[in-house]
Design a protein around this ligand. Structure first.
Ligand code: AMP
Length: 612
């Protein structure tokens, strides 16, 4: 086993770390005391204008909602499910449920009815918060489940059933309770301690039924405090938040804000991100790798031809050459410095402006970020650092340091988190952020939580300074018939990074003589390409079958193969008719590809690829 050297924590760090709030509700109260009138959240109103909530206003709304939940009979640790997109009401409902002593069970708005019913039954949900009529319908389809619910809160709209309360109703119920008993919510917060269950997040896993990861209040208080001590983020920062809050990465961002006190602008609509960045001008943002891949692919596509293309390619090659100097903190040689200045003026400054113009850094997490994509951003002067964690560790366990980034690594552990690399390379984690286990899953718990160490299933390497590099997942390794191991994530990452038209790639080859791939095209990107190449008017699925598109993709696959070991290269591929989707069960709600399910579905097409 290999241990990471302890982070340069300095004396007193442990005591500082222990000095944290006793619960999420207490974190809110502490932040309100520090920053009452300062801005906490920015969100769009009905007319799409940005509007702000101060910490005081946030507390007032949260207290009304929490009192409303108490008025509806919410009991300590009783489950409150939230099924909604990323929006201010999600955050307020989450805080309210936790302040009232309840435990939030997150449900992706895209999760199908069957899984919604499974999750809600497994968690034993008492009160369901649903975004709209569509989410309500999913809960209602299971009559027994619906019957057992104490109440349903609807964020948008209302419903005649007396069990259903509108958002305004809930606030009204809360106001009435607070008039009778002004201390009701404070008392509920006081009853909630570090070990009280705060959150159940179901990991959809890429196989089997979802498992509910139980996270207590201290896990969130710890996450907030540990990242605060890392001194990466400050109260003056502005975050742009669009990640799904049903996923642990999004949830952790809320804990960081609660502890550190920066402003969060929230809008979960992907199509609004670009506008939002320009309007909010955030200083940092977190995202999944796909969003960074998309930005890069868009820019590359927009600058493919003509003089503009030449200039962009020149600028990026100059940027690439500056990387070793900048990473080492060394000055650029004079000639290169002049070229980099010009590249910035001509190309990079525009890109930075599109990200709002004030971005200090961005954080990628929840899956591996391709080093190629990370380098591309860094070449342009935009830093994307990686963080690493799992639902079972309440997200952040490692994060790279923007002050001295090591690209390709996920950085070092946050203070208070310990890591070991097992003999087979598996990453094991221990610390206050690690969950006590899955809800009602004795067998899985015995397998994954051993002597306080959580077995992540990820394969990683630690360097001498304790920086971790995630190289693969334990279960995903493919063994070819030649006995060579292939890390599918690596091959898929390189294919996606090298082909601006590919949105998803699934690599196959278990027990086969070579590696093949299923490639799904980005419908927008391929439609644009078709319009530019006299093939306009065809649907993405028609284009997927067009010989010219095949030729185009084949060229990119060849280029990607140059970056792979011989036994990893993709010899043949199928272009899929459409993107893999959550609806068809091919992708988890957190957008992880269910490789097994996809391979089973397309087995005949894959088999054809091995026919000589
Ligand atoms: P989830 O519980 O859905 O957040 O998934 C956790 C898994 O995501 C981990 O076990 C890793 O396989 C993967 N993951 C998260 N962050 C990273 C990262 N920075 N690099 C590589 N894989 C990651």
């Amino acid at each position: 086993m290999t241990d990471a050297p302890a982070r340069a924590d300095g004396p007193g760090r442990e005591a500082q770390l222990r000095d944290r709030s006793s619960s999420v509700g207490q974190m809110l109260l502490d932040q309100v005391e520090r920053s009452g009138n300062r801005e906490a959240f920015r969100h769009r109103d009905a007319a799409e204008r940005w509007t702000s909530l101060s910490w005081n206003q946030t507390k007032d709304q949260v207290f009304e909602l929490a009192a409303g939940l108490l008025a509806l009979g919410l009991e300590p640790e009783a489950r409150v499910s939230i099924a909604a997109t990323t929006r201010i009401e999600w955050i307020l409902a989450d805080l309210a449920a936790m302040c009232a002593g309840g435990a939030v069970t997150t449900v992706y708005p895209t999760t199908q009815h069957d899984d919604v019913a499974f999750i809600m039954n497994d968690a034993g949900v008492s009160i369901a918060v649903v975004e709209d009529a569509e989410q309500l319908e999913k809960v209602r389809r299971d009559a027994e489940l619906y019957d057992r619910l104490r109440a349903v809160i609807m964020i948008d709209g209302d419903d005649p059933d007396e069990k259903v309360h509108s958002w305004q109703d809930l606030r009204e119920l809360g106001r009435t309770l607070l008039q009778e008993n002004p201390g009701a919510v404070d008392e509920a917060i006081a009853r909630t301690g570090p070990d009280t269950v705060a959150t159940l997040i179901y990991t959809s896993g890429t196989t089997g039924r979802p498992k509910g990861v139980v996270l207590n209040h201290d896990a969130w208080a710890y996450e907030g405090r540990a990242v605060q001590l890392f001194a990466l983020l400050h109260p003056s920062d502005v975050q742009f938040l669009w990640l799904p809050l049903s996923h642990v990465f999004g949830k952790a961002l809320l804990a960081l804000q609660l502890q550190i006190g920066f402003v969060t602008a929230v809008d979960g609509r992907i199509e609004k991100i670009v506008d939002g960045l320009g309007e909010v001008r955030p200083t940092w943002m977190a995202g999944a790798p796909r969003i960074f891949e998309k930005v890069r692919a868009r820019v590359m596509m927009g600058t493919q031809g003509g003089v503009k293309g030449l200039i962009a390619r020149w600028a990026f090659s100059v940027g690439q050459r500056t990387i070793p100097y900048r990473l080492a903190g060394r000055p650029l040689p004079r000639g290169l410095a002049a070229q980099y200045w010009l590249a910035d003026r001509l190309v990079f400054s525009k890109l930075k402006e599109r990200m709002g113009g004030r971005m200090r850094f961005m954080v990628s997490g929840s899956a591996k970020l391709s080093t190629q994509v990370q380098n591309w951003f860094y070449a342009a002067g935009l830093l994307v650092i990686e963080g690493y964690g799992l639902t079972e560790t309440s997200a952040v366990t490692f994060v790279d340091d923007p002050r001295a980034p090591r690209l390709g690594t996920v950085g070092r552990p946050v203070p208070g988190t310990e890591v070991q690399i097992a003999d087979d390379g598996e990453v094991l984690l221990r610390g206050p952020g690690v969950s006590g286990g899955y809800h009602n899953r004795a067998e899985a718990n015995a397998e994954s939580f051993v002597d306080g160490w959580f077995h992540t299933g990820d394969i990683g390497e630690l360097d001498a300074d304790g920086y971790l590099r995630i190289t693969d997942r334990k279960k995903d390794l493919i063994k070819t018939s030649g006995g060579k191991y292939v890390a599918p994530q690596k091959v898929e990452g390189i294919l996606v990074a090298n082909c601006p038209y590919a949105s998803q790639v699934v690599v196959y080859g278990e027990g086969r003589k070579y590696v093949t791939a299923l490639i799904a095209l980005d419908p927008e990107a391929i439609t644009q390409w078709a319009a530019d190449n006299d093939l306009g008017g065809q649907s993405p699925s028609e284009l997927a079958r067009h010989p010219k598109v095949r030729e185009l993709i084949s060229g990119y696959v060849d280029r990607a193969n140059e970056r792979l070991e011989r036994w990893e290269t993709v010899k043949r591929f199928v272009i899929l008719d459409s993107e893999l989707s959550v609806d068809s069960g091919e992708v988890t709600p957190s957008m992880k590809i269910r490789r097994g399910a996809v391979v089973r579905k397309y087995q005949p097409q894959l088999d054809d690829l091995y026919e000589d």
